[in-house]
Design a protein around this ligand. Structure first.
Ligand SMILES: Cc1cc2nc3c(=O)[nH]c(=O)nc-3n(C[C@H](O)[C@H](O)[C@H](O)COP(=O)(O)O)c2cc1C
Length: 432
C-alpha cells in the first residue's frame, strides 16, 4: 500500500475555491490531505468544506491549546511528505520569503524541512510586481517548487499571468514531487497518523509517474539580437513563449532548470534560473556555463548570421551616399555544439526547427545534421500565427519516427514535451 500525505495550506485569494477541487482530486488519487486555512483563506472558503472533502480536521489557529496537546505545530509541519500552498497569495509568498512566522501557516512553513510546492494566484500586476518576482526568486533558490500561474482572464477583469494553475495540473505537479521522494512510487508503509492508505492512481497527464526531481535541464528561448552598430540590430519574430513554457513545465516536474533567454518581454518563470543574453555568441557562452545538464531543449530562434564588423559609432545617413552594405558571418551553431559527443553532452538534446516549407523533410535532415536526439518542428509561416502567438502545432521527430501533435496552446505542448522528456530519462538514464 502506498501512503502519501500532503499538508495543504489554503491562503487568501479569490481562487481559494479551487482548493476544494484539489482536495477532491488528491483524495481520489489516494493521497491523504491535511488542510491548514489562513485567516485570509477563511474569507473565501470554509474550514467545514475542506474538512468534509478531506475527511480530516482543518487547522487554522497557531494558539489552539487543543492542537498543541494533540499535535504541536512542529509535528504538524513534519507530518506530510510534501507541503503545498494552493492558492499561494502574494502575501504568503512574501512572508515565506522573509522567513516570517506570524500565523499557523507561516510557522509551519518555517518549521518544516519538507519539500514545499506553491501554486501562486493573484492579479497580474501583483504577479509581475518586482517584489513578488523577487520573492519567488528567493523561494526558488531555497528549493521551493512553483506550479503555474496560468495566463488568462482574471476575476478582476484583467488579462495576463496570475490565474491559479488548474487543479489537475497542480495534482500532476504534486504527484511528480511525491514520486521523486526517496522510494518513489514504490514506497510502502502505514499511512502517517494512522490513516487507512489507499492505492494511489497514476498522475493525470503523467501516467507513468516519472518526475524530474534530481534532473538538471537547460532550455534556450527567444530571439537573438545581432548588433549592427550601438543602436541598431537585426533579430527575428520569436516571442520566447514556447521556450519559457517548456522551462516552466520542466520545473513543475521537479527539474532544476536554467533558462538562457534572448531578449523577450516575458517575466522570469518562477522556480527557474534565468540568464538573459542578447547575441548568439552570448547565448552559447551562457549555455556552456549552465552545463552539466541531463537534458537540453534548444527552443531559441538563434540568428544564423551576425554582422562581420559591428560599427563602433552609430552609422550616419549621408545625403547622396549609397546605403551601407552589411557583410555577414556565420554565428556559432548552439544546438550542434551542445549535441557534440563528449563528456559535457546532455544525455538528451532536443532541438527546434522553425520552417516555412517541407517541415518533416527539413526536420528529419536537421536531426541528423545537428547530431541531436529529437527535433520539435513547427511551421512558422505567417499564416500559422505560431511565431509570437499563443498556440503551436508540432512534429516530434525522434529516432523512432515522427509524431504529429495537433494545434494546442504552447503551454500544453510544453507540458507534453516535459512528460516525454521525463519518461525518456527515466527509461534510459540513471539520475545524475
Ligand atoms: C476580494 C479579494 C480577493 C483577493 N484575491 C487575492 C488573490 O487572488 N491573490 C492574492 O495574492 N491576494 C488576494 N487578495 C488579498 C489577500 O487576501 C490579502 O493579501 C490577505 O492578507 C492574504 O492573506 P493570507 O496571506 O493570510 O492568505 C484578495 C483580497 C480580496 C479582498
Amino acid at each position: 500500500m502506498t501512503a502519501r500525505r500532503v499538508l495543504l495550506i489554503v491562503s487568501g485569494g479569490i481562487a481559494a475555491y479551487k482548493s476544494l477541487e484539489l482536495v477532491r482530486l488528491l483524495s481520489k488519487a489516494g493521497v491523504g490531505v491535511t488542510c491548514v486555512l489562513t485567516e485570509g483563506g477563511a474569507r473565501f472558503v470554509t474550514a467545514l468544506s475542506l474538512q468534509a472533502l478531506s475527511g480530516e480536521r482543518v487547522h487554522t489557529d497557531l494558539w489552539s491549546l487543543t492542537e498543541e496537546s494533540e499535535m504541536g505545530h512542529i509535528e504538524l509541519s513534519r507530518s506530510a511528505d510534501l507541503v503545498v500552498v494552493a492558492p499561494a497569495s502574494a502575501d504568503i509568498l512574501a512572508r515565506m520569503a522573509a522567513g516570517l512566522a506570524s500565523d499557523l501557516a507561516t510557522t509551519l512553513l518555517l518549521a518544516t524541512d519538507t519539500k514545499v510546492l506553491v501554486a501562486p494566484a493573484m492579479n497580474v500586476r501583483m504577479w509581475t510586481h518586482p517584489a513578488t518576482v523577487g520573492n519567488l526568486a528567493v523561494l526558488a533558490a531555497r528549493g521551493v517548487v512553483a506550479v503555474g500561474p496560468d495566463e488568462g482572464a482574471m476575476a478582476c477583469n484583467e488579462y495576463g499571468p496570475g490565474r491559479l494553475a488548474e487543479p489537475p495540473a497542480i495534482l500532476a505537479a504534486i504527484l511528480a514531487q511525491l514520486d521523486a521522494l526517496p522510494g518513489g512510487r514504490a514506497r510502502t508503509g502505514p499511512a502517517r497518523r494512522g490513516e487507512a492508505a489507499a492505492e494511489r492512481a497514476p498522475a493525470q497527464g503523467d501516467p507513468d509517474g516519472h518526475g524530474l526531481a534530481g534532473r538538471r535541464a537547460l532550455v534556450t528561448a527567444g530571439p537573438t539580437h545581432e548588433a549592427i552598430d550601438p543602436v541598431r540590430y537585426f533579430a527575428n519574430r520569436s516571442s520566447g513563449r514556447q521556450g519559457y513554457a517548456i522551462a516552466s513545465a520542466l520545473a513543475a516536474l521537479g527539474a532544476r532548470v536554467t533558462l538562457v533567454s534572448g531578449p523577450t518581454s516575458l517575466p522570469d518563470p518562477p522556480g527557474v534560473a534565468v540568464r538573459r543574453v542578447e547575441s548568439a555568441r552570448e547565448m552559447l557562452a551562457a549555455c556552456e556555463a549552465a552545463l552539466p545538464a541531463d537534458v537540453a531543449v534548444c527552443a531559441a530562434a538563434v540568428g544564423d548570421w551576425r554582422v562581420a564588423d559591428v560599427a563602433t559609432h552609430k552609422m550616419k545617413k549621408t545625403a547622396g551616399a549609397a546605403p551601407p552594405t552589411l557583410a555577414l558571418v556565420a554565428n556559432p551553431d548552439i544546438l550542434a555544439t551542445l549535441a557534440r559527443p563528449g563528456e559535457a553532452r546532455p544525455r538528451l538534446v532536443v532541438g527546434f526547427a522553425a520552417e516555412t516549407q517541407d517541415l518533416e523533410r527539413s526536420a528529419l535532415a536537421k536531426r541528423v545534421r545537428k547530431g541531436c536526439d529529437w527535433i520539435v518542428a513547427n511551421d512558422v509561416g505567417a499564416h500559422t500565427g505560431t511565431m509570437g502567438g499563443e498556440s503551436n502545432a508540432v512534429l516530434l521527430v525522434t529516432a523512432q519516427g515522427t509524431e504529429s501533435w495537433e494545434r494546442m496552446p504552447k503551454r500544453e505542448v510544453a507540458r507534453r514535451l516535459a512528460l516525454r522528456i521525463a519518461a525518456a530519462l527515466a527509461a534510459a538514464l540513471p539520475r545524475r
